[in-house]
Ligand binder design. Structure first.
Ligand code: ADP
Ligand code: ADP
Length: 228
C-alpha cells in the first residue's frame, strides 16, 4: 500500500479579499521508500501540498493519510527541511541537530553519538561547536538535513531545500542527497521548481499547473542512479 495517500484533496485559503483556491482534486499515492518530486511554477500549490502532508495545514476537502492513518496534526515520524534553514542562532550546530529529539525529551548519549556521526557524514566534523552564522549556506542546509534525519523519520519532506543556494553548492548538495536517499531509502517528498533536478533525483515526478493548483502529469523516471 501507499505510505502517503492524498485522496480528492482540495485546499482553499481564506483571505480578506475572499477565498484563494490553492489546490483542487489532488490524488497522489506515495509508496514506501519512494523518492517523489513535485515541480511546477511559482504559486501552483507545491508548498501547500507539502504543508498538508506535514499536517501543518488542514485540507478543505478530501483526505490525507500517512502510514494508514488519517492526519489530524503532524505525523509521528516526520523530518522536514525548508528553503530557509531553521537553525537557532544561539545554539551550536550539534545542539541544533539535537533539537529534533529535545522537543520531546533529553537526548541519550547514543543519540549524541548519532548526531556526531551524521554531522561527520555530511562533512561537518569539527563544526559541531560552531554557531550557524559561522557556516556557509550549504553547510547550514547540511546541518538542517542532519537534524531532520536524527530522529530516524520514516518520511522526509523537503521544500526547495537548496533553492536559496548558489548553483554550484546546489549541484553538490543534489548529488549528496541522491547518495543519502540510496543509503537510507526514506520516503521522500521533494519540492523543486527545477524539472532537471526532479528528473535527476527522483523515482517519479509530479507536474503541477496553477490557477488553481492541480496535478497535470506524473512521470516515472527509469534512469541509472548517480553513484558514489
Ligand atoms: P508554490 O509553493 O507552488 O509557490 P504555494 O503553495 O505557496 O505555491 O501557494 C499556492 C497558492 O496559495 C498561491 O496562490 C498562494 O498565494 C496561496 N497561498 C499560499 N499560502 C497562503 C496563505 N497562508 N494564505 C493565503 N493564500 C496562500
Ligand atoms: P558549501 O558548498 O557547503 O556552501 P562553501 O563552498 O561555502 O560550502 O565552502 C566549501 C568548504 O569550505 C566547506 O565545505 C568547509 O569545509 C569550508 N568552509 C566554508 N565556510 C566555512 C567557515 N565559515 N568556516 C570554516 N570553513 C568553512
Amino acid at each position: 500500500g501507499a505510505y502517503v495517500s492524498l485522496s480528492q484533496v482540495s485546499k482553499t485559503y481564506a483571505s480578506s479579499r475572499g477565498p484563494i483556491p490553492a489546490l483542487v482534486d489532488i490524488n497522489l499515492d506515495i509508496r514506501p521508500h519512494e523518492f517523489i518530486s513535485v515541480v511546477g511554477p511559482s504559486g501552483c500549490g507545491k508548498s501547500t501540498l507539502l504543508k498538508l502532508v506535514a499536517g501543518l495545514e488542514g485540507v478543505s476537502a478530501g483526505s490525507v493519510r500517512v502510514a494508514g492513518r488519517q492526519l489530524d496534526g503532524p505525523p509521528d515520524r516526520l523530518g522536514a527541511v525548508f528553503q530557509r534553514d531553521v537553525l537557532l542562532d544561539w545554539r551550536t550546530i550539534l545542539d541544533n541537530v539535537l533539537l529534533s529529539i529535545e522537543f520531546t525529551r533529553k537526548p541519550t548519549p547514543a543519540e549524541r553519538d548519532r548526531a556526531m556521526a551524521l554531522l561527520k557524514r555530511f562533512g561537518l566534523a569539527g563544526f559541531e561547536d560552531r554557531f550557524p552564522f559561522e557556516l556557509s549556506g550549504g553547510m547550514r542546509q547540511r546541518a538542517s538535513i542532519c537534524r531532520a534525519l536524527l530522529a530516524d523519520p520514516e518520511l522526509l519532506l523537503m521544500d526547495e531545500p537548496f533553492g536559496a543556494l548558489d548553483a554550484m553548492t546546489r549541484d553538490d548538495l543534489n548529488v549528496e542527497l541522491a547518495q543519502i536517499w540510496q543509503d537510507t531509502r526514506k520516503t521522500l517528498l521533494f519540492i523543486t521548481h527545477s524539472i532537471v533536478e526532479a528528473v535527476f533525483l527522483s523515482d517519479r515526478v509530479v507536474m503541477m499547473s496553477k490557477a488553481p493548483g492541480k496535478i497535470v502529469d506524473t512521470i516515472t523516471i527509469d534512469l541509472p542512479r548517480p553513484r558514489r
